[in-house]
Design a protein. Structure first.
Length: 268
């Protein structure tokens, strides 16, 4: 999946904010999306990179980066799987997103992978988001415990992906325009999952976007406040929206503390 300008009348588009007046975006399915195969997990390069990511912390970053730099990561045979590995680890272990993003920064400087990382993250977000939206229909019928756990896991992984996006922007891998486009996508839908994702993503990226896309932040906050005043939300979602509004009112700094700088402690 990727973002594209529609060629004709939009069928569910995202209307641009003041920074891109008159622009619109929509989701399109890639003609040739990356799919896992049965052999990449057996690749020696893949296994060695997985071993590095399983051990890396801020303290061990420099040593393990030297090992990673010896691998043929830019080889077209390995690159898609390595990027998917980074993204998957960040989704499952969001507390290590800062160190994974720093590794991406150093590998990008060495191998010129900035565009490849940006595109891979965009494609993975849109694919996972579309999959998450499909749970809305599945929850209309008989709901099993397995389905509930599956949906919770998918939602947590997507939130982890959003944190990874914010960390990649902090280290200069992706631009704030990509963050803004992600918010534009979330504003298309008014379901509870999209509202939660919007709140989480604004908590991660609000400080950066406040400077570069203030009109979008204003519009997003108005959007959240409208839903908050509508009275149809669950208490959990109402509290989450109110926390987001309070966070913005405090300059995107948590009251009484700072964002936890995850990944600085040892694993396990």
């Amino acid at each position: 999946f990727y973002l594209a300008m529609p060629e004709g009348p939009p069928g569910g588009t995202i209307i641009g904010d003041g920074d891109g007046e008159g622009e619109s975006w929509q989701l399109r399915r890639s003609d040739n999306p990356w799919k896992p195969n049965a052999h990449h997990g057996q690749s020696e390069v893949y296994r060695r990179m997985l071993g590095i990511l399983n051990r890396v912390t801020h303290q061990s970053l420099s040593t393990l980066m030297e090992q990673a730099q010896q691998l043929p990561l830019s080889d077209p045979e390995h690159l898609p799987h390595i990027l998917a590995l980074f993204i998957g680890k960040a989704q499952d272990e969001p507390m290590f997103s800062p160190v994974y993003s720093q590794m991406c920064r150093e590998l990008s400087d060495m191998l010129g992978l900035q565009d490849a990382i940006s595109i891979a993250c965009e494609n993975h977000f849109q694919e996972n988001y579309i999959a998450l939206l499909q749970y809305e229909d599945q929850f209309q019928g008989n709901i099993s415990c397995e389905l509930v756990h599956e949906e919770i896991h998918a939602r947590k992984r997507l939130i982890g992906h959003m944190r990874f996006l914010s960390e990649l922007q902090r280290v200069g891998i992706i631009e704030t325009e990509q963050l803004a486009a992600t918010i534009q996508i979330l504003l298309l839908h008014e379901d509870a999952r999209s509202l939660e994702l919007l709140c989480r993503f604004m908590a991660y990226t609000g400080q950066s976007l406040e400077r570069s896309h203030q009109d979008l932040i204003n519009r997003s906050c108005d959007y959240l406040e409208r839903h908050l005043n509508g009275g149809l939300l669950s208490p959990r979602l109402r509290f989450l929206i109110q926390d987001t509004m309070d966070l913005r009112g405090n300059g995107w700094r948590p009251r009484g503390g700072h964002h936890h700088s995850a990944g600085r402690n040892g694993r396990g």
